[in-house]
Design a protein around this ligand. Sequence first.
Ligand SMILES: C[S@@+](CC[C@H](N)C(=O)[O-])C[C@H]1O[C@@H](n2cnc3c(N)ncnc32)[C@H](O)[C@@H]1O
Length: 324
Amino acid sequence: MAADSPDFGAVDFVRYLVTSKWNVTHVLADRDELWASAAAAGYEVVVAIKPLEERDRQFAPPSTAPVAPERSPSPSPPAAAPAADSPTGLPVAVIRTMRLPYDPAAVLELTAALLRADPQFPSSGATVLDLGCGAGRDIMWLLHTFPDCLASAVGVDSWKGSCDRTAQAARVLAVTDRVQVVPARLDPFGAIKPAVPAWPTPFDWVLLHRFLPPRTFAPALHKFLNKPGAVVMLSTFQLPQGMELDEWMEKHETPTSLTNLLVPGELTRPLNARLLDRPDAEVIARASEWGWGFTKEAGYQVLRNETVVIADGRPLDWFVARKM
Ligand SMILES: C[S@@+](CC[C@H](N)C(=O)[O-])C[C@H]1O[C@@H](n2cnc3c(N)ncnc32)[C@H](O)[C@@H]1O
C-alpha cells in the first residue's frame, strides 16, 4: 500500500482499516518515511524493500500485489498461504511480488534477457550453478525473477560468511527447496573440496561473476557444461589489449594479480595441455599462453564476448558461450 497524499498517511489508513474491523496482516510501503512512521506507531517492520526502479520493470513479472478493496469490509479477508520456510512469515504470493533489496550484476540482467529471447534455452526446469556465489545475490535474483524458467540453483563459495548469507537469503525468499549452498573451494587441480556427493550436473547455466577459478580448473568447468544447450556466463576484470599489469594497478589499483584478471583472448584459446598439471603460480605467470578451451572445436558457440566498463572505470569481460 502506498500513500500518495501527505495528508493521508499509510499508518492512519491502516488504523482506519483496523478500527473498521479489517484484519490487516501486512502493509507494503515503498518509502523510508512510511517505514519510520509505521515503526513509530508500533508496527513491526519485517522487511524493507527498495523502490522499484525503472530499469527493473522490463524483467519484473506482472505485479499481482493486492489492491485495497472498495467496499464491504469483512473481518477476515482470505489470505495467501504463509511461507512455511520464510523467517519473514510473509505469504509466498507477497514474497514473489516483492522488489528485492539489491540489484543483480548488470551483466546477469543482460544475459537473462539474451537467454529469455533464445528458443534454445529451456523455458522450464533449468538448473543454475554459481561458482564463487558470494552472498547469493545473483542466484536469488534469478530464482525470484524467473520462477517458471529456473527450477533450482547451486551456489559454491569457499567463504563460510558467503554461504551463510546465501542460505539466509534463500530462507527469506522462501526458496530453500530450490537452492543448494555448497561451502567448498575450487582447487587448481579441478577438484571441489570437500567433494560434493550429489548435485544435478551438468547444468543448464553456469555463472562465474567477478570470480576467476584457478585456471587449471577449466577441464572441471567443461564437465559442468557437458550437455547440448548448456550456457556459461563468465564475467570478470580483463586487462585491456597491450596493457601491462603494472599499468593496470597504477590506474585501477585492484585486482593486483593475474589470478583475478583475464588476459585478452584466453577464454577462446584451446586448453593448453602442457600447463594443465603445473602449479597455479606457473600457469598465472604464463597466462598469455593459457586457454580456457571455449572453442568451436570443443563444441562451443560464443554468444557474447564484449567489454563492459563499470562505474569505477574498470573493464569487465562479458562472455557467454553455449555448448552445441
Ligand atoms: C568478488 S566475490 C564475487 C561474488 C559474487 N559472484 C558476486 O558477483 O557478487 C568472489 C567470491 O569467490 C569466492 N572464492 C574465492 N576463491 C574461491 C575458490 N577457490 N573456491 C570457491 N570460492 C572462492 C570468495 O569467497 C567470494 O565470495
